[in-house]
Design a protein around this ligand. Structure first.
Ligand code: C5P
Length: 297
């Protein structure tokens, strides 16, 4: 039986602007996605009939509510007559943390099963399936640094970042994306005009300044969870050149231009029991290599 070992990567958002509500209930936004070297493990093994998932390392459900199962089923539904697969997911990317773990798992499942089942689906079809699973899923078919617009699913690849180090801070609680958008909507009356904000990230390509990394969710989440602003300020005090919230949080990251400063910052006793990790951006070519899915797809 053929098998694949895949490494779904986490992402951070290098800046995020919410532009407004859409008639379909989603929000138009602009963000720069960046893959980082924090990974789950996904093992796909051919099975003649059955589709089965086992999850290790977390209490995440392994039934059809898991995005991995949803991705596999979506592929089978649109391509009748396919075999099954035994899937094992070992979680390391924190859940509901703003690091894209679930979306990355879904994207990796689509790409992995496309290869394992020898489907050779055109990129456009995979992209459509990915977008139907979640707004962030299409990014994981691309990786590296990319500008996301629309719901976040219209992508334009950007150049890889200059080399830098990241400190991830994981505050230890979950943040709900729909809830974060609701909090934003509740303040929408004070939001600046869409015209003023649109396009600000398009020219930001390699810009890692605090202004470029600004995330609109900070306004509402820092108010609701003041500890997040404290973490951001601590990162800056400890030498980060910029620090921001990732996605709808609650994870934060700091950007460091030296590995020494990064290590010292991570080891600072002021963090107490707060979980933190060293991470690095993963560029597009490296992402394709590290994923573990043969390039011929
Ligand atoms: O697409 P995904 O399932 O990841 O989105 C989760 C929820 O986040 C959506 O149901 C929606 O409430 C909100 N969302 C949004 N605008 C986006 C992305 C997500 O309002 N661009």
């Amino acid at each position: 039986m053929r098998s694949l070992h895949i490494a779904p990567h986490a992402k951070v958002n290098l800046g995020l602007r919410i532009l407004g509500r859409r008639p379909d209930g989603y929000h138009d936004l602009e963000t720069r996605f960046q893959t980082i070297d924090l990974c789950d493990e996904l093992e796909l093994r051919e099975h003649p009939r059955t589709l089965r998932l086992r999850v290790e390392g977390t209490d995440l459900p392994s039934d059809d509510s898991n995005l991995v199962m949803q991705a596999a089923r979506r592929l089978r539904d649109s391509n009748p007559g396919l075999p099954g697969a035994t899937i094992v997911l070992r979680k390391r990317i924190p859940i509901a943390a703003g690091l894209g773990g679930g979306s990355s798992n879904a994207g990796a499942t689509l790409m992995g099963l496309n290869h394992l089942w020898d489907l050779r689906l055109p990129e456009e079809e995979l992209r459509g399936l990915a977008a139907s699973l979640g707004a962030d899923v299409p990014f994981f078919l691309v990786g590296g640094c990319a500008l996301g617009s629309g719901r976040g699913d219209i992508l334009a690849a950007l150049e890889d970042l200059p080399s830098c180090w990241l400190a991830l801070v994981l505050p230890g609680f979950h943040s709900s994306t729909p809830e974060a958008f609701r909090l934003w909507d509740a303040r929408a009356a004070v939001a600046p005009d869409r015209e003023e904000r649109e396009g600000s990230l398009v020219s930001a390509a390699g810009d890692l300044s605090s202004a470029a990394l600004h995330n609109d969710f900070e306004a509402v989440l820092f108010e609701r969870f003041p500890v997040l602003a404290e973490h951001r300020d601590r990162l800056l005090r400890l030498g980060a050149t910029a620090a921001a919230l990732s996605g709808s949080g609650p994870s934060l990251y700091g950007v460091f231009d030296s590995e020494d400063t990064l290590r010292r910052a991570l080891n600072d006793p002021g963090w107490g029991a707060v979980q933190r990790h060293a991470a690095a951006p993963v560029g597009r070519a490296a992402y394709r290599r590290r994923l573990g899915i043969p390039l011929s797809d």
